[in-house]
Design a protein around this ligand. Structure first.
Ligand code: AMP
Ligand code: MG
Length: 401
């Protein structure tokens, strides 16, 4: 049997490193920046007002107070977007809006709330100091410096900054196109009626959602019968267009194991991994396309995704942080785990007020068909290879999903 860590490394090595391409910002969310990006402009690009108010020379309003307002003539109106900015003469004010350029000669802004809001003359009831309510050029980003560093994960703030420095595309590691294949003669694509012995196909829906959450583009071949010729006919023509194929079902020890039968000797190796659920696994290359074959039980599929595929894909996509956050928690009930295997149980983790260590309760038993229990879970409880039983109150490690 191969250990979980070994098999995870094998799957990671199997995947091709992601290609780098410039994508529109709208397609970059969640992806990793492949190169440093330098700022073509400073942010702010020019000194501007942080407030709606009046641009003044602070020396002209030193004595201003609520009971002793200073009155100044309003010489100009400067809304945001005005580009011809008139000089402020001593003893005058310019009405100015947030984001409008500071007029030469002014050193500060008095917010409108500290004035009477006048348009031809303004009464100012608060003293100002140089620089007050002024946003300086380059305070946030200096032109020519690195605005976003290689390896940055592009979330809303990073994408906003890219746009703010004038970009509409970014160089990113492009997620693979994944061909998802569900096998099983018993499978029926919803909606429809089940006859006795049939079930609705659900693995492709789960896998596609999990893969898309990492940015992968997914094509699905749904409900392929357990027949080698049918499997090859349905899948082979689509392989060339895929960077990775992920199958479910047909890899364990029974008869009619279609994936195993079709791919043994064709570049894919099948093995038992010391994990529960999800022991029967296979991976390799078929016609040069990386292939990962998962077992069929729905919970095994999702646990295999978490244990092997997710970290492998995040690694090739350039993420530095590829692991789920692991935290300690005390069990609400005792559990057993097979010797020599790492068990991943579905659990619900929470915190009681004021407690540092969390609490975790299992959701459903170890059965790999208990998908409804998985929908109640927010973590995986990890029981290591050398653990065979844990008691209520024991501390265990949980992976937060
Ligand atoms: P297998 O690995 O093919 O022996 O399948 C193991 C179990 O998972 C069987 O009970 C299958 O009916 C079930 N199963 C396999 N593939 C799917 C699928 N795509 N959707 C739902 N259940 C499946
Ligand atoms: Mg099957």
């Amino acid at each position: 049997m191969i250990s979980v860590d070994e098999y995870r490394a094998t799957v990671t090595e199997l995947l091709d490193s992601a290609v780098v391409a410039e994508l529109p910002l709208a397609d970059c969310a969640g992806l990793v920046l492949a190169e440093d990006v330098h700022a073509g402009v400073s942010l702010p690009p020019f000194d501007n007002s942080a407030m709606d108010g009046y641009a003044v020379r602070s020396v002209d309003v030193t004595d201003a107070a609520p009971e002793r307002p200073v009155e100044l003539p309003v010489a100009e109106d400067i809304p945001a977007g005005r580009m011809d900015i008139p000089v402020l003469l001593p003893g005058t004010a310019h009405r100015i809006m947030t984001g409008a350029p500071m007029p030469p000669g002014a050193d500060s802004v008095v917010m409108v709330e500290r004035t009477d809001g006048g348009t031809s003359r303004v009464r100012i009831s608060e003293a100002s100091t140089p620089g007050a309510h002024v946003r300086r050029t380059g305070e946030d980003v200096v032109r020519g410096t690195i605005a976003l560093a290689e390896g940055s994960v592009l979330g809303p703030a990073q994408l906003g900054l890219a746009a703010a420095v004038g970009l509409d595309r970014l160089p990113v590691r492009v997620p693979p196109r994944v061909l998802v294949v569900s096998t099983g003669t018993e499978l029926v694509t919803p909606p429809g009626e089940l006859r006795h012995g049939q079930i609705f196909e659900s693995n492709s829906v789960m896998l596609a959602a999990a893969l898309r959450s990492l940015g992968c583009r997914v094509e699905i071949v749904r409900s392929v019968a357990d027949d080698v010729a049918e499997f090859r006919a349905a899948v082979e023509p689509k392989l060339a267009e895929a960077d990775l194929m992920v199958t479910s079902g047909g890899v364990s020890a029974g008869a009619y194991e279609v994936v195993k039968d079709a791919l043994t000797g064709a570049g894919v190796t099948f093995a038992k991994v010391a994990v529960q659920p999800g022991g029967p696994q296979g991976c390799g290359r078929w016609h040069d396309t990386p292939v990962v074959t998962l077992p069929g039980n729905p919970v095994s599929v999702l646990v295999s995704f978490e244990a092997f595929l997710r970290p492998a894909l995040l690694t090739v996509l350039g993420h530095r942080d590829v692991d789920r956050r692991r935290v300690p928690a005390r069990l609400t009930e005792s559990m057993r785990s097979p010797a020599g295997k790492r068990q991943f149980r579905r659990g619900f983790y929470w915190h009681e007020d004021g407690q540092v260590t969390g609490i975790v309760g299992p959701r459903g038993g170890p059965g790999s068909h208990l998908l409804a229990a998985f929908t109640q879970a927010n973590c995986l409880i990890v029981l290591d290879e050398d653990t065979t039983s844990v008691d209520k109150g024991d501390e265990v490690g949980v992976l937060l999903l």
